[in-house]
Design a protein around this ligand. Structure first.
Ligand SMILES: [Zn+2]
Length: 209
């Protein structure tokens, strides 16, 4: 189910066929983390909306796949703990081509016209696996650091993994984000937080390929 919550288009991920959740572990991650939800940050017709900059470059859209440490019962509880959440960040890049092989993300973007209004929801047919979300983008190169949520109250509870390789999607698909409306029926655009000071924290770059 995907919902316009006034801040973003948020997808609550269903359980897999065998009643489990996709999970990630290893690297900098302090535990095992289960996939919970997916949401997006975007710009507008004349601005880009990613929250992370890679080598100074901002991308059109940034997808966040939010994972919860299995030791905590709920995302709300986990967000209060320094080891509570892990988020995968994926950059989406608009390209002119009408051709895209990224069927999983296109299934999501195709449904955006159903969540233009604040608090409207739509279902996304079929399962959404990590492969569906990441497509054929390489996940072997990524940055990792300990940071915060980018929405209030920006709790310092997130182990971030940001992939260096972007996913390319037709601009007409990316453009569907710009039609969404917030709780005041105003355009829901530029819903990203600006980059924060690094404050001396280490940022690790990993290459697994
Ligand atoms: Zn986010």
């Amino acid at each position: 189910m995907m919902t316009n919550n006034g801040h973003t288009a948020n997808i609550v991920l269903p359980l897999t066929n065998n009643g489990q959740r996709a999970f990630i572990e290893g690297g900098l991650l302090p535990g095992t983390f289960e996939a919970q939800s997916v949401h997006f940050h975007w710009g507008s017709a004349n601005s880009r909306g990613s929250e992370h900059l890679i080598n100074g470059q901002r991308y059109d859209v940034e997808m966040h796949i939010v994972h919860k440490n299995v030791r905590y019962a709920t995302v709300a509880e986990a967000s209060l703990r320094s080891d509570g959440l892990a988020v995968l960040g994926v950059m989406l890049q608009a390209v002119p081509s009408l051709i895209s092989t990224h069927f999983g993300l296109n299934r999501i973007l195709d449904r955006l016209p159903q969540v233009i209004e604040y608090q409207s929801s739509t279902s996304i047919a079929g399962r959404l696996t990590m492969n569906d979300l990441l497509g054929d983008s390489s996940t072997g190169r990524f940055y990792s650091y300990n940071g915060s949520l980018t929405t209030p109250d920006c709790a310092e509870s997130v182990t971030w993994t940001v992939f260096s390789d972007s996913v390319k999607l037709p601009r007409r698909q990316i453009a569907k984000f710009w039609d969404l409306l917030d709780e005041r029926s105003l355009p829901l655009i530029n819903n990203y937080r600006n980059p924060q000071e690094i404050n001396g924290r280490p940022v690790f770059q990993r290459t697994l390929i």
